[in-house]
Design a protein. Structure first.
Length: 525
């Protein structure tokens, strides 16, 4: 090899080797400091591209998992509310059963039921998580569950949750019809509204002697025929219709079921009147019978021809208890010995006669006329106008069995001039019927439990999806690590080897740089 002071081949070779060693040492130090064998695209372009794409998926899946956590909380809020509402319905059911005890105050129990119903509405309205409420609305709520790669395109996947309006204005509307207080008590002002009143005339004011009795035949709310007799009336100083009424009302057994008013005949021995009504709308009144009292004329004129039948309905203000769709009134009476029935149904459509089938007429009363802002006077007038559409009701009083229907200041009066009017029933299906109330509360309970079960199932699915997403993130993270993570044991060994190589390369370069010095020795003397 030529000795040259211009070209030091040994130094160049040593320098190249040292540079390579230092480059490898720098790469190793980068792997050790970052923990990655592929940290940039220039390290390994293909691997870096795959790892970067996978890291994007991992970040997205982590966000999906966080979304699922929020979705789980939304569903859990709705589920907790429905579980609370289930307990409230259970309490209402208990109250309904308690109201079947005649010794309790039904009005107070109804107040408790109203408060529990209001709490159900309040619970449904409050069950909101960040503005999302699943139980006071309708429609569906979509919750992101995953983002899938389909043929190279990102496609979102959702868990759909159905919304249900669990309020009395929605799916729980039957709670509006849960009433242990008689519908008539809500609709009418007086206890005796709607009960048949019989006015007897012909009571003379004569001296009394002997023993008299007064008998009322009736059918109770279970349909059992019964009678009640009050005895010893003459010994109570009964000498006219007013005194008779006083004596009857003073009898505890009689006063518990009936109310009677008497009007004296006045001067000159004019006939007095006796008006008798039941206090319970569910009692069906039968024949009124006054046993003749020896030596007196109390029973004089007490006959079918001397009786006037009537029914009065004093409506409360509509704002307190308006007529509801489905309310049904049945008016029973006879015409020339033949039974007649007029059924008034509150519903949608024009007020008119719907049908006539034999002895039964059906008349519709338009709900739009009697709900909402209708006053008591409005209701009475609309009911009167509807009843007067009947062909069975002879408003012109052309026959002795005719009925007259009138309305004044919120009071509807139906009158017959004899015993043609045999009864009136206000609700075809009373809201106070225990079986009906149980059916309604069972329906409400079923609706709520079904929603609760549905939310429970959805919540379980969300939790399972979140667990899967968390495991998927871990799996993908491990996969990325296998691609780009540095093997630290290998890198440590390589670092030591490269450090030795660097030292040897430095020594070799130093030796190579001394070669020109030996050439100078050739020129020394």
């Amino acid at each position: 090899m030529v000795s040259s002071i211009l070209t030091n081949n040994g130094a160049m070779t040593a320098l190249q080797s040292l540079k390579a060693t230092q480059k490898n040492l720098l790469d190793t130090q980068n792997r050790i400091s970052t923990g990655l064998k592929v940290s940039t695209a220039k390290d390994n372009a293909a691997t870096w591209a795959v790892a970067t794409s996978m890291r994007s998926d991992i970040a997205n899946f982590k966000q999906v998992s966080e979304n699922l956590s929020v979705s789980s909380a939304v569903v859990a809020t709705g589920r907790s509310a429905t579980e609370q509402m289930t307990d409230l319905v259970k309490q209402i059911r208990t109250k309904i059963t308690a109201a079947q005890n005649s010794a309790v105050d039904a009005s107070q129990i109804q107040a408790d039921i109203d408060q529990l119903t209001a709490q159900i509405n309040s619970t449904a309205d409050a069950a909101s998580y960040k503005g999302v409420n699943l139980i006071n609305n309708t429609g569906t709520e979509r919750m992101l569950s995953s983002v899938n790669d389909v043929n190279g395109a990102a496609v979102p996947s959702y868990i759909t949750v159905g919304k249900t309006n669990l309020t009395t204005g929605g799916s729980l509307s039957q709670l509006n019809d849960i009433s242990v207080v008689g519908r008539g008590d809500q609709l009418f002002s007086a206890v005796t509204d709607g009960t048949r009143a019989v006015t007897f005339g012909g009571f003379a004011t004569a001296a009394q002697a002997g023993t008299g009795t007064f008998t009322v035949n009736y059918t109770d709310r279970q349909g059992v025929a019964k009678s009640l007799t009050v005895s010893g009336l003459t010994t109570a100083g009964v000498d006219d219709a007013g005194a008779l009424a006083t004596a009857l009302n003073a009898n505890a057994d009689f006063a518990a079921l009936f109310k009677v008013a008497g009007t004296d005949g006045g001067a000159g021995g004019a006939d007095g009147q006796l008006v008798l009504q039941a206090k319970d709308r569910d009692l069906e009144l039968g024949e009124f019978k006054i046993t003749s009292i020896s030596g007196n004329t109390l029973s004089t004129g007490v006959s079918a021809a001397g009786a006037v039948q009537s029914v009065e309905l004093n409506f409360q203000s509509a704002s307190a208890a308006p007529l509801k769709e489905g309310d049904t009134f049945s008016l029973d009476f006879t015409v020339d010995g033949s039974s007649r029935r007029v059924v008034l149904e509150v519903g949608s459509g024009t007020t008119d006669l719907i049908s006539t089938e034999g002895s039964v007429e059906r008349i519709r009363l338009n709900i739009d006329e009697v709900d909402g802002a209708a006053t008591a006077a409005d209701v009475a007038n609309f009911v009167r106008d509807a009843l007067n559409k009947s062909n069975f009701i002879d408003t012109a009083a052309a026959s002795s069995a005719s009925l007259q229907v009138s309305a004044t200041a919120g009071k509807l009066t139906i009158t017959s001039d004899n015993d043609a009017l045999t009864g009136i029933s206000h609700m075809a299906t009373p809201t106070t019927d225990y079986e009906t109330l149980l059916d309604r509360i069972d329906s409400v309970a079923s609706t709520i439990t079904n929603v609760a079960a549905s939310l429970g199932s959805v919540g379980q699915r969300i939790d399972m999806q979140k667990d899967f997403m968390d495991k998927l993130v871990d799996t993908l993270t491990s996969g990325v690590g296998a691609l780009v993570d540095a093997d630290m044991s290998e890198e440590a060994a390589r670092l030591q080897a490269l450090q030795v190589q660097e030292q040897l390369g430095t020594q070799a370069l130093s030796i190579a740089n001394q070669a020109p010095q030996s050439i100078l020795s050739l020129f020394r003397g």
